[in-house]
Design a binder for this molecule. Structure first.
Ligand code: HEC
Length: 200
């Protein structure tokens, strides 16, 4: 088997873009005989990687929670690094572990305090981040209800929602973050579409 044949077999789903293989269409990239390594990823395995939550709430799972439940979870799983009130802290001289609360209204000042509450533009991003990355020592270990509750707790501590407000698929995308309109696009010459840039 030539290197190109092998490469095309290995990239069964994507067309090989090397000079030897182009300009063949993607369908021509199917291997001439079955692959002898690996196993097809199951739908369940693929679902495990589908964690993205978009700003409008797409990708949010079923479930619900509020800040009261979130407070208990936060004390157990998060306060050791982020402080009892989400104020951030250093642990054994290392850190600081980020402050999650406060700083609202400081972003445009000379001394911005960037927290989830003051800086992040979308409430849905809080869910996305916690679900995939926290707690730092056991990422992806929390249930959807737990992540909704922790998200609610952080939003409540930032005075963005009420203590008993239920946070779920419908309500989370409707939460308006204080810095929602604090970002703007600034295309750089080196990353912009070169042709469009030259036309200007
Ligand atoms: C072992 C320490 C540790 C624990 C426990 C922990 N975190 Fe974190 N957390 C971190 C660190 C470190 C970062 C910064 C990571 C980075 O910037 O790459 C972080 C970042 C975050 C952020 C993003 C902050 C920002 O402004 O960028 C959120 C939100 C967060 N954690 C929530 C939680 C929640 C909720 C829990 C409990 C389920 C939790 N964390 C538990 C250490 C921890």
């Amino acid at each position: 088997m030539s290197t190109h044949e092998w490469f095309r077999g290995a990239l069964a789903v994507a067309a090989c873009a090397c000079a030897g293989c182009l300009p063949q269409p993607a369908s021509a990239a199917a291997p001439s005989r079955p692959l002898v390594f690996g196993t097809p990823a199951s739908a369940r395995q693929l679902a495990g990687w589908q964690l993205d939550v978009l700003p409008d709430g797409q990708g949010l799972p079923a479930g619900r929670g509020d800040a009261v439940q979130g407070a208990r979870l936060f004390a157990a799983d998060c306060a050791s690094c982020h402080g009892a009130q989400g104020q951030g802290m250093a642990v054994q001289g290392r850190g600081p572990f980020p402050r999650l609360v406060g700083g609202i209204g400081t972003i445009a000042s000379g001394a911005p305090v960037k927290t989830v509450g003051s800086f992040w533009p979308y409430a849905t991003g809080v869910f996305d981040y916690i679900r995939r990355a926290m707690p730092l020592n056991a990422p992806e270990s929390l249930s959807a209800d737990q992540v909704y509750s922790l998200t609610a707790f952080i939003l409540y501590r930032n005075r963005i929602i009420g203590e008993h407000q239920v946070i779920d698929q419908q309500t989370l995308p409707q939460v308006k973050m204080p810095n929602r309109h604090g970002f703007y696009q600034r295309p750089q010459p080196e990353t912009a579409n070169v042709a469009a840039y030259q036309l200007r």
